[in-house]
Design a protein around this ligand. Structure first.
Ligand code: ZN
Length: 552
């Protein structure tokens, strides 16, 4: 059991942190008995814990008592743990004289950790404030420069490592569904399902440029084939006939994803009304934001995707900023399809700090907007669904990968080979930490002039080979709710044994959970260079109940 001693104002952040790191814990009580005490106060409260983790960027009372030299750095540092960089947004303390250096500040290589002991108790000083960092990321998200860091997942991994290597086992319910390596949510934003509706607007001009000159440039750079060139030039020449209704509208047909994803499920986010750009957002002109279609225009395709077991959510226009407009938008989709809409992603990924509360008032179960337009990665610092601070029920399913961010010249502008390198690395990261990798492949990305369907098929192949659970956004969020509602209790370690009990709902048709027991390790070789942590854990399937004793 972990006891947590923090300031009262940090309690909501701590509670959410321990939904992401689902291990037995409680706020520190004077009569509590803990294996581990995590403290962010400058004074450590009375307790008998064997291990105290003191996370603080300032100078604490134990630092002064131990005569520890503390150097403070103001906001914005990078720490390194086992070769992995962890961005820190608040202050950092380093301990220049420390010989215990599993974590160091990147630019100076000074240790950001210090180990002390008194009697049989170990005190580890970590030079940043874990919950201030967590709160900052949950509220503000990460800048695009740190997109590649799953920072919250890294904080959890570091904390787990500090505990197990200090000789104490950790039990948790990891964000990994039973029988699968992790979760993947395939999603499709429906922005341009009908080319005919874009006569002489910026979308048509952009299409013509990219299909003709853009494709020639891409052939010269080795990024498109001559086959693509021929297909795109043919599409450009056919354009007048498409407008006259004499040729097939080649953007019509996003429901081809159903065949491409045969046997898998995905989620389609649909815009409720045409020609309405919505409210402005700082730094964005809005007139181009209006979609040239209406949910009723794509009803047959959406009915096909629904009947194949997929989900339809709202691609909101004003729902992010106005809950009564949000109700109207959601109801329009619900009434058109005769199907309840439970989730939303805002068109152009508009959101601000008030958005979660606005969406919660509409009654959405989840939002899937928190991601980047300009890059791919972890804006929310995690692959897990989480509850935005200040909301009671809404979960955020963060968005990680968007096709346009990968390939558009004014975004990352990657070749397919470079995109593959980047995404396969992200897949490795989610496979390591668990969670739900959320991907947005737009409606027209499988048509001229993009032809990103080949890459998408390759991505699906890779994900299938990893044994993932392909879930709709609603299913993934329901699974995370089940994990949040599950209980896990563990006694303190006695005589090399630990008793553990866990319970979860089993009657929902979703994959089960698992209880993971991380075995205690040691700080091997030298303190300065601990051995890389091995996956020294065992898993126990959790369908409804686990009641067992594990011996080390
Ligand atoms: Zn959109």
């Amino acid at each position: 059991m972990i006891g947590v001693a923090v300031q009262p104002t940090e309690q909501d952040v701590v509670a959410e942190f321990f939904e992401l790191f689902k291990t037995p814990w409680e706020f520190h009580r004077n009569d509590g008995r803990y294996d581990v005490l995590i403290c962010t106060r400058e004074q450590v409260p009375q307790n008998a814990a064997k291990l105290v983790l003191l996370y603080c960027a300032g100078t604490t009372e134990p630092d002064t008592e131990a005569g520890l030299s503390v150097k403070s750095r103001r906001g914005g540092s990078m720490l390194v743990h086992e070769g992995v960089r962890i961005p820190i947004y608040g202050d950092v303390a380093t301990f220049p004289g420390s010989r215990f250096a599993p974590v160091a500040e990147a630019s100076t290589a000074e240790p950001a950790t210090f180990a002390g002991s008194s009697g049989n108790r170990t005190v580890l000083r970590i030079g940043y404030d874990l919950f201030k960092e967590t709160g900052h990321i949950l509220r503000a998200g990460q800048p695009a420069a740190n997109a590649e860091s799953a920072t919250l997942d890294l904080h959890i991994a570091l904390l787990r490592d500090l505990i197990t290597k200090s000789g104490i086992p950790v039990v948790e319910i990891p964000p990994v569904p039973e029988g699968h390596s992790f979760i993947v949510c395939l999603t499709h934003d429906i922005d341009h399902p009908v080319l005919r509706n874009h006569c002489c607007d910026h979308t048509m001009v952009g299409f013509l440029y990219r299909a003709t000159i853009g494709t020639v440039i891409n052939v010269c750079r080795g990024r498109k084939s001559f086959r693509d060139l021929r297909a795109n030039w043919t599409a450009a020449l056919m354009l007048p006939f498409v407008y006259l209704g004499m040729a097939k509208d080649f953007w019509r047909g996003f429901d081809r994803y159903v065949e491409m994803e045969a046997g898998l499920t995905s989620t389609y986010f649909v815009i409720p009304t045409r020609d309405y750009p919505g409210r402005p957002f700082v730094g964005n002109g809005v007139s181009r934001r209006a979609a040239r279609y209406d949910v009723t225009d794509v009803r047959p395709q959406l009915q096909k995707v629904l009947s194949s077991g997929c989900e339809v959510g709202l691609h909101g226009i004003d729902a992010w900023v106005d809950s009564s407009k949000g109700c109207e938008e959601r109801d329009r989709v619900t009434q058109t399809l005769g199907e309840t809409v439970t989730g939303v992603r805002t068109h152009w990924l508009f959101f601000d700090e008030k958005t979660p509360a606005v969406l919660e008032r509409v009654g959405f179960s989840y939002d899937s907007t928190v991601g980047y337009n300009e890059t791919v990665g972890y804006r929310a610092g995690t692959a897990q669904a989480y509850k935005p601070l200040g909301t009671a029920n809404l979960l955020e399913l963060p968005l990680h990968i968007m096709d346009t961010a990968l390939f558009y010249p004014n975004r990352l502008n990657l070749s397919e080979a470079d995109a593959e390198k980047l995404l396969w690395k992200m897949i490795d990261s989610v496979a390591k930490f668990g969670g739900a990798l959320t991907i947005n492949w737009h409606d027209r990305s499988i048509a001229p002039e993009r032809f990103w369907d080949g890459f998408y098929r390759k991505l699906l192949c890779e994900l299938k080979s990893r044994g993932v659970w392909f879930a709709t956004a609603d299913q993934a969020v329901s699974w995370f709710r089940k994990r949040r509602a599950a209980t896990i209790e563990a006694g303190n370690v006695e005589g090399g044994k630990i008793k553990l009990q866990a319970a979860a709902s089993a009657k929902d048709g979703l994959p089960g959970l698992r209880v993971r027991v991380h075995k205690p390790g040691t700080w091997t070789s030298t303190e300065k260079a601990p051995a890389p942590s091995s996956p020294a854990f065992m898993d126990i399937g959790l369908r409804d109940k686990v009641d067992t004793e594990v011996e080390f």
